[in-house]
Design a protein around this ligand. Structure first.
Ligand SMILES: Cc1cc2nc3c(=O)[nH]c(=O)nc-3n(C[C@H](O)[C@H](O)[C@H](O)COP(=O)(O)OP(=O)(O)OC[C@H]3O[C@@H](n4cnc5c(N)ncnc54)[C@H](O)[C@@H]3O)c2cc1C
Length: 292
């Protein structure tokens, strides 16, 4: 299949991008890695009248650590995130999550901003960003605004982005000392989208007590499991604790059924993955405490 005809724009600065998006209105889409948008256009499931290509906008392509915070430009390739030593040492959850995205060819082209803005169910990066309490900087012609990762995705492939706005940058705070993280997922084959997944960040104090915990599950949109987080706070890690926390995590969540898995399967798989991710994150937190 070939896409419906469209007008192509190739700006080189962010201000040109926002001016174009403002002028072209709702029929314009930005093009990042093209790994999701181009197939959708080829199947004519998306028919944007205008494409605004971000690939020549150098100011959107960066990865840096400033004041202990990780800053990721929207068009940073997923593979850059995966291979960064700063990310591996400071934000290992991002590296682990990114390794589950498709195949290396996809990650070579696919961008961090594209994955977040596309908001496909079960996508790894939105779930990891909620767990890490990231902030997203959105830019339009009228200015910028910052939203918490948790508030960004509204539902399947739907975000708070307004027409004329793009995701410009992601800011990820550094996990506290004594933290450990884990990303677990299950898919039919290596490289397939996850049927279910869980991301965890826990912090232990010197006595081995959980002082902070975040757990997010895959779903139509990332699902923050607050009841499970509350269950582990102030406790010492144990198998029984994590079993109970995982049970609470899925107690009232909604999952979709499709040709790949039933909703019931997804709920049960999320429960098992949450338990394993909690245990693994706690082990890693304890190792980090012991080392530091
Ligand atoms: C075979 C295959 C397997 C895959 N497996 C996985 C997987 O397991 N997990 C996973 O998470 N993903 C998977 N993907 C999707 C992949 O991660 C895509 O790269 C990603 O979803 C979109 O990123 P992109 O840069 O390619 O965006 P594009 O395809 O260019 O754009 C996607 C959408 O986001 C919008 N957009 C892009 N950038 C911005 C921005 N900065 N601001 C606002 N809107 C923006 C576009 O307008 C478009 O609507 C897979 C893709 C393929 C082809």
């Amino acid at each position: 299949m070939k896409p419906a005809s469209f007008e192509y724009h190739d700006p080189t600065t962010l201000s040109e991008v926002t001016a174009l998006l403002d002028r072209l209105g709702e029929d314009a889409r930005v093009l990042a890695g093209g790994q999701s948008l181009v197939p959708l256009m080829n199947f004519r499931l998306a028919r944007p009248a205008y494409l605004v290509d971000l690939n020549r906008v150098a100011e959107l392509d960066f990865l840096s650590v400033e004041g202990g915070e990780l800053r990721i430009g929207a068009t940073t390739r997923q593979r850059v995130l995966e291979r960064s030593e700063a990310v591996a040492s400071g934000w290992p959850l991002l590296r682990e999550a990114t390794g589950f995205i498709g195949h290396v060819q996809i990650r070579n082209r696919g961008t961090v901003g594209g994955s977040l803005a596309h908001a496909f169910p079960s996508a790894e990066l939105p779930v990891a960003m909620v767990t890490l309490d990231a902030a997203f900087v959105l830019q339009g012609e009228g200015g910028e605004r910052t939203v918490a990762a948790e508030d960004f995705v509204l539902g399947t492939m739907t975000t708070v982005l307004e027409p004329g706005e793009l995701l410009r940058e992601v800011r990820v705070p550094a996990p506290a000392a004594g933290s450990g993280a884990s990303f677990r997922e299950v898919s039919r084959r290596y490289g397939d989208f996850a049927l279910a997944g869980a991301a965890v960040l826990v912090t232990l104090d010197r006595d081995g007590v959980v002082t902070a915990a975040r757990l997010t599950l895959t779903g139509p949109a990332p699902i923050r499991a607050r009841a499970a987080e509350d269950a582990v706070l102030g406790q010492k890690p144990s198998e029984a604790l994590f079993r109970e926390a995982a049970r609470r995590a899925v107690a009232d969540i909604e999952q979709d059924s499709d040709m790949h898995a039933t909703a019931e399967y997804r709920v049960r798989a999320c429960e098992a993955l949450a338990r394993r991710a909690l245990a693994e994150a706690a082990e890693r937190a304890a190792a980090s405490r012991a080392a530091g």
